[in-house]
Design a protein around this ligand. Structure first.
Ligand code: ADP
Ligand code: MG
Length: 697
C-alpha cells in the first residue's frame, strides 16, 4: 500500500472527522478539544454514530474503552455493537453515552485502597483530545476509544487522568506568564513530547527457553561471552535484515494508526534498537507510546522474535531507556523554548528556561522518582551509568548567556555561527546552539528539554505529569512577579538573575558518567537517590503534596494510594524475580552441574587409578563442586528472605526488605551461578547463553 494511502487509515483523526461529521458538530468537537466548551450529549450521539459507521465499514464488530490502569500497562474490555431487536434480529448500535462513559468494573486493578469494595465502581471517560482508532489483531478488528479511568468520586485510578490535569495546570500558569509578557494572540499553552523508545530483540526460541526472560523480562543469570559491546560495531550500524523486516512492519502498523514513526537505528548494545516518532501533544504522545510498545511486542512475534522493553535485560551491556523530549508551546505555533537567533534578548525564552531550571532543581526528587521502577534500579545509580543524580545540561553558550545576565554583563548574541567542516563537498551546517551531551539526565537540546532517565518499559505519563506540575508551580510564582511589573525587561532580568543565583547548582555541562561528578554533586547538595525505594517516599513529602494538590493534579489520598501501589508493585516484582532465580538455580542449573561434577569425579578416579596426571581436572572439579555448594546455600537464603519479605505488611518496609534482603541475595546468587556457566561444558548448560541472546538474531 502506498504511504499516502496508508497513513492514518486506522485512525479516527481530524481529517476523518471533518469528512464524516456535520460541519456544526465538527466545529463543536474542535472547541471541546480546545477546552473552550463542554461536550453535549447531542454532539456525542452524532460522533458515536460516525465512529461506529467508520469502524464497521472497516470490519470492526466490537468497541472498547481503552485505559491505562496503575499496572503501567493498558487495559481494554470489548463490547460488540450488537443490539438485539424484538423480532429476533440484531442491529449494530453505539450511543453517545457508550462513547462518553463506560463502567468496566475492573475492580482487580490496583487502586491503593481508593476503591473500597462497597463502592468499587470504576468509570472510563472518553479523552476527546486523543483520536480513537481501529486495532487489528489478525481478523479481530476493534474500535478503540482512549479513555481516562476514575473511581466513583472521580479519583484518578490511572495514568492518563493526572497527565490531563497537569496539562491543564501548566496551561493556566503559562498563559498567565504569556499575558503578563504582552502576548495577546495565543489562547492555550500546550506541552509536547517526543519519546525515543529503546528496546532489544531476541529470537523467540531463545526467549522461550529462558524462564527468567519469559516470566520477568530480564535475565537473572548470564555470563558475558568474550565479546560484549566494546567494539561499538552495533551502534548505528547496518540494521540486520531480520530486524529490518520487523521494523518495516512496525512502521506500517504505526503509520496506519496515524503515529508518525520517524527514526530507527541500532543502539549501543548488541541487538538493541531505537524507534522515535515525531513529537505530539503530551497525552496523545503518551497514548501513542503505549501503542508503539504494544506494536513492537506484537509484530516481533510475526518474525519469530521477541521485543524486550525491560530497562536492563542483560547485565554488562547497556540497558534501555526512553528519552522524553519535552517542550511547551502555544496553540498559535510558538515554541516557548525556542531560543531564536538572539536568545539573550528573547525574554519569553529566558523566562521559560528559568522556570525549568528552578523547577528541576527544587523538585529533583520528584523527577527522579518519576523515572523509578524495578528495572531502572539496574541502571540509575547502579554500577553502570547513568547516575541517579538529576542535573541540567545547558551547553556553554546558553550557560554564558544566563551567567552574563546574572552578573550584569550580558553576552552579545552572535548570529547562528556556521560550522566549517573542512570538507568542501559537504554543505555548511548551522551550528547547533547547544552541543551534544549524551551523559546528562536532563539536557537542553535546541528547542526542548530531553529527560533521559525515563524507563523504557513504562508509561511516560509519570515523568510528564511531574514535569508539567513542577514547571506550573514555578510559572505561578513568575506570573505573580511579571503581572505587577512596570518594566518587563528589567523584571525578566531579575527573574533570570535570581534563578541563576539560587539554582545554577543544577547546571552541569560536563561528563555525568564520572565518579568526579558524583563527588561534585554531593558538594553542591544535589540529591543522589540511588534506588527506587529511596526515591518514592518523596512523593508523599509535604512539598510534593502541597504542589500536586494546589494544581489539582492529585488529592493527598491519591498520592498516598499511588505510593502504596508502586511500592507494592516493586515488592511483587522482586519477589517474582527471586522466585525465578531460585527455581532456575535449584531446578535447572545446579542439578546439571552436580551431575557433571559426579562425572568429573569418576573421570578423576579413573585417571588416578591409571596413574595419569589430572591436577587441573581436580581443580575444575573442586571449582564446580564448590560453586554448586555455594549457590545452593545462597539459594536457601534467598528463598527464606523472599518468604520473609512477603510477610511484611507495611508497603515501604516490605519494599525495603525486598531491596535490602531479597534483591541483595539474588545478586549474591548470581555470582557462583555465572561462574558455573563458564566452568561447565557449553553443550551441558541448560539454557541459551548471552551469546545466543545478544548475537544470534
Ligand atoms: P536524538 O536521538 O538526537 O535525541 P531523535 O531525532 O532520535 O533525536 O529524537 C528526537 C525526538 O524529539 C523526536 O521524537 C522529535 O520529534 C522530538 N522533538 C523535536 N522537537 C521537539 C519539541 N519541540 N518538543 C518535543 N519534542 C521534540
Ligand atoms: Mg535523544
Amino acid at each position: 500500500m502506498p504511504f499516502n494511502e496508508m497513513y492514518g487509515i486506522n485512525a479516527f483523526g481530524d481529517s476523518v472527522m471533518r469528512d464524516r461529521l456535520p460541519k456544526a458538530i465538527y466545529k463543536e468537537l474542535k472547541s471541546v478539544q480546545a477546552g473552550e466548551t463542554e461536550l453535549t450529549v447531542a454532539c456525542s450521539e452524532v460522533v458515536a454514530n460516525a465512529m461506529k459507521d467508520w469502524a464497521i465499514e472497516k470490519g470492526a464488530t466490537h468497541y472498547t474503552h481503552w485505559f491505562q490502569p496503575m499496572t503501567g500497562l493498558t487495559a481494554e474490555k470489548h463490547d460488540s455493537f450488537i443490539s438485539p431487536t424484538s423480532d429476533g434480529r440484531a442491529i449494530l448500535e453505539f450511543s453517545g453515552k457508550e462513547l462518553l462513559q463506560g463502567e468496566p468494573d475492573a475492580s482487580s486493578f490496583p487502586s491503593g485502597g481508593l476503591r473500597a469494595t462497597f463502592e468499587a465502581r470504576g468509570y472510563t471517560a472518553w479523552d476527546v483530545t486523543s483520536p480513537a482508532f481501529l486495532s487489528e489483531d489478525g481478523s479481530c478488528k476493534t474500535l478503540v476509544i482512549p479513555t481516562a479511568f476514575v473511581g466513583y468520586h472521580g479519583e484518578a485510578l490511572d495514568k492518563k487522568t493526572p497527565l490531563l490535569r497537569s496539562m491543564q495546570a501548566i496551561n493556566t500558569q503559562a498563559m498567565r506568564v504569556l499575558r503578563a509578557m504582552g502576548n495577546t494572540t495565543s489562547s492555550r499553552a500546550i506541552t509536547s513530547v517526543g519519546p525515543e523508545q529503546e528496546y532489544f530483540l531476541v529470537s523467540e526460541e531463545f526467549f522461550n527457553a529462558r524462564q527468567d526472560l519469559f516470566l520477568t523480562g530480564r535475565t537473572v543469570f548470564g555470563a558475558l561471552p568474550p565479546k560484549g559491546q566494546e567494539m561499538e560495531d552495533h551502534y548505528f550500524g547496518k540494521i540486520p535484515e531480520r530486524a529490518s523486516a520487523f521494523m518495516t512492519e512496525v512502521n506500517e502498523e504505526l503509520w496506519k494508526l496515524g503515529i508518525p514513526a520517524k527514526t530507527q537505528h541500532n543502539e549501543v548494545a548488541p541487538n538493541q534498537f531505537e524507534l522515535a516518532p515525531i513529537y505530539g501533544v503530551s497525552n496523545v504522545a503518551t497514548d501513542q507510546n503505549h501503542l508503539v510498545m504494544m506494536t513492537l511486542k506484537k509484530v516481533a512475534r510475526h518474525h519469530g522474535l521477541v521485543c524486550l522493553l525491560h530497562e536492563k535485560p542483560y547485565r554488562g551491556v547497556n540497558g534501555s531507556g526512553k528519552h522524553n523530549n519535552w517542550s511547551i508551546g502555544t496553540d498559535d505555533g510558538l515554541n516557548l523554548l525556542n531560543p531564536g537567533q538572539t536568545p539573550g534578548e528573547n525574554l519569553t525564552f529566558l523566562v521559560f528556561v528559568s522556570a525549568v531550571l528552578e523547577a528541576v532543581d527544587t523538585y529533583a526528587p520528584l523527577l527522579r522518582l518519576s523515572a523509578a521502577n524495578t528495572g531502572n534500579d539496574h541502571r540509575l545509580g547502579a554500577n553502570e551509568a547513568p547516575p541517579a543524580i538529576i542535573s541540567v545540561f545547558l551547553g556553554d553558550q546558553l550557560q554564558a548567556i544566563f551567567e552574563g545576565i546574572a552578573n550584569g554583563k550580558p553576552v552579545v548574541s552572535q548570529e547562528g555561527q556556521k560550522l566549517a567542516l573542512g570538507v568542501n563537498t559537504l554543505p555548511k551546517l548551522p551550528q547547533d546552539l547547544t552541543d551534544r551531551n549524551r551523559t546528562s539526565p536532563f539536557a537542553f537540546t535546541g528547542n526542548k528539554f530531553e529527560f533521559r532517565m525515563v524507563p523504557s518499559s513504562e508509561s511516560i505519563s509519570g515523568p510528564n505529569f511531574v514535569l508539567n506540575t513542577i514547571v506550573a508551580e514555578v510559572l505561578d510564582g513568575i506570573a505573580g512577579k511579571l503581572e505587577g511589573a512596570k518594566d518587563l525587561p528589567s523584571a525578566v532580568k531579575d527573574i533570570v538573575t535570581d534563578t541563576w543565583k539560587k539554582h545554577s547548582r543544577i547546571v552541569f555541562n560536563g561528563n555525568g558518567y564520572t565518579e568526579d561528578w558524583v563527588t561534585e554533586a554531593v558538594r553542591r547538595g544535589l540529591p543522589n537517590l540511588t534506588s527506587s525505594v529511596a526515591a518514592w517516599p518523596h512523593f508523599a513529602s509535604d512539598e510534593s503534596v502541597r504542589i500536586f494538590t494546589k494544581h489539582k493534579v492529585f488529592t493527598k489520598e491519591e498520592i498516598h494510594a499511588r505510593l502504596d501501589i508502586v511500592l507494592e508493585k516493586y515488592s511483587k516484582q522482586i519477589n517474582i524475580e527471586a522466585g525465578v532465580a531460585f527455581e532456575m538455580a535449584t531446578r535447572e542449573i545446579l542439578p546439571v552441574c552436580s551431575a557433571y561434577a559426579v562425572d568429573l569425579a569418576a573421570q578423576v578416579s579413573a585417571l588416578e587409578a591409571s596413574k595419569v596426571p589430572c591436577a587441573s581436572l581436580k581443580t575444575r572439579l573442586a571449582d564446580i563442586a564448590g560453586a554448586v555448594e555455594e549457590a545452593a546455600q545462597i539459594a536457601v537464603k534467598l528463598d527464606a528472605a523472599r518468604i520473609k519479605a512477603k510477610g511484611v505488611s507495611d508497603a515501604l518496609e516490605q519494599a525495603e526488605a525486598s531491596r535490602d534482603a531479597v534483591f541483595a541475595a539474588m545478586e549474591e546468587l548470581r555470582a557462583p551461578v555465572d561462574r558455573l556457566e563458564k566452568l561447565m561444558p557449553k553443550d551441558l548448560w541448560p539454557m541459551p547463553t548471552y551469546e545466543d541472546l545478544l548475537f544470534r538474531l
